[in-house]
Design a binder for this molecule. Structure first.
Ligand SMILES: Nc1ncnc2c1ncn2[C@@H]1O[C@H](COP(=O)(O)OP(=O)(O)O)[C@@H](O)[C@H]1O
Ligand SMILES: [Mg+2]
Length: 257
C-alpha cells in the first residue's frame, strides 16, 4: 500500500478537493483506496453518512493516533473506496505527546494488504495531525493557490519536508500543484512557465483552473468528471484528470527519491 498525503500549511488551496479526486480516480482505475481524514471532516462530508441501522465498529481518524483502532474497520463508501472519517477527538490529537505522530504510521501498516493506496487529507498547520500524516507517508503533493502564492513559501515548505525526512527518510515530494488558477488573469497564466523554470520538476506542469463546477460536483459527492455535461464541465474534467494522472505517474515512477 502506498501512502500519499495532500498537504500545505495553508488552508483553502484545494487539498481536500484534490485528495477526493485522486481517491475517486484511483478507485475507478481498479485500485482499492483508503481515504483518511485528519482535517475537520470536509472529506467525510462528501460521502454518505453511516446508515442508522449499521452498527459495525468503524474506525475514526483520532483512533489511528491512540491505538484504539484495533478491532475496527474502515467504512466502504463507494466501489473500491473506503473511508476513515474525522471525529471530534481528532482535534485533541494536537495536544497529545509528540510520540503520537508515529501512531498513524504503525496503524496504517496493519492495512497494507487490504488496500493499494491510502490518501490522507491534512489540516493546514504543522501540528501532530499533519506530522502524523507525513511520518506515515511515502509521498506528499502540495497544491497551492497561485493568486495568493508568495515565492517565499516554497523554501518554507521544502524545509518542512526536509525536517520530516529526519524521522521518515522515505518521504518523497511529488511536487507543487497549481490550483485555483484564474484563466482570465494573464498574470496568473503567465506566471506558470516562470515557476516551472525556477523550480524545475518540483513544479507540476499541470495546473488546475478555477471552475465553479469543481466545488458544485463535490458538494453532490461526485468527481467533476462524473457529471461533465457542459463545455466548462468537460474542460474541468480533463484538467482534473490530467492533474491526478500526473500525480500518480510521479508516485509510481519513484519521483522525488
Ligand atoms: N479548481 C477549483 N475550482 C473551483 N473551486 C475550487 C477548486 N479547488 C478548490 N475549490 C474550492 O475552494 C475551496 C477550498 O478548497 P479545499 O479543497 O476545501 O481547500 P483546503 O482543503 O486546502 O482547505 C472549496 O470551496 C473548494 O470547493
Ligand atoms: Mg481541507
Amino acid at each position: 500500500m502506498d501512502i500519499l498525503s495532500v498537504s500545505n500549511q495553508k488552508g483553502g488551496v484545494g487539498k481536500t478537493t484534490i485528495d477526493i479526486h485522486l481517491a475517486i480516480r484511483a478507485a475507478e482505475q481498479g485500485k482499492r483506496v483508503l481515504i483518511v481524514d485528519f482535517d475537520e471532516g470536509d472529506v467525510s462530508q462528501v460521502f454518505p453518512e453511516v446508515a442508522e441501522t449499521d452498527e459495525k465498529n468503524y474506525i475514526q481518524s483520532s483512533q489511528l493516533f491512540d491505538g484504539s483502532y484495533v478491532g475496527g474497520i474502515p467504512r466502504q463508501v463507494a466501489p473500491n473506496l473506503w473511508l476513515i472519517e474525522a471525529d471530534l477527538a481528532i482535534l485533541d490529537v494536537d495536544d497529545m505527546p509528540l510520540e503520537a505522530m508515529y501512531g498513524p504510521r504503525d496503524a496504517l501498516a496493519t492495512f497494507a494488504d487490504q488496500f493499494d493506496l491510502c490518501i490522507i487529507d491534512t489540516p493546514p498547520n504543522l501540528q501532530r495531525r499533519m506530522l502524523g500524516a507525513l511520518v506515515a507517508s511515502d509521498a506528499v503533493v502540495t497544491p497551492f493557490n497561485i493568486s495568493r502564492f508568495t515565492l517565499a513559501r516554497i523554501p518554507k515548505l521544502l524545509n518542512t519536508i526536509e525536517s520530516i525526512r529526519e524521522v521518515n527518510p522515505n518521504l518523497r515530494l511529488l511536487g507543487f500543484l497549481p490550483n485555483l488558477v484564474n484563466s482570465r488573469s494573464s498574470n496568473e497564466i503567465e506566471a506558470l512557465p516562470g515557476l516551472r523554470e525556477m523550480y524545475g520538476d518540483a513544479m507540476f506542469e499541470e495546473a488546475i483552473i478555477y471552475r465553479s463546477c469543481v466545488s458544485t460536483s463535490l458538494a453532490e459527492g461526485k468527481a467533476v468528471w462524473q457529471q461533465a455535461r457542459s463545455g466548462a464541465q468537460r474542460a474541468a474534467a480533463a484538467e482534473m484528470k490530467a492533474a491526478c494522472d500526473a500525480v500518480f505517474e510521479r508516485l509510481y515512477s519513484g519521483f522525488g527519491a
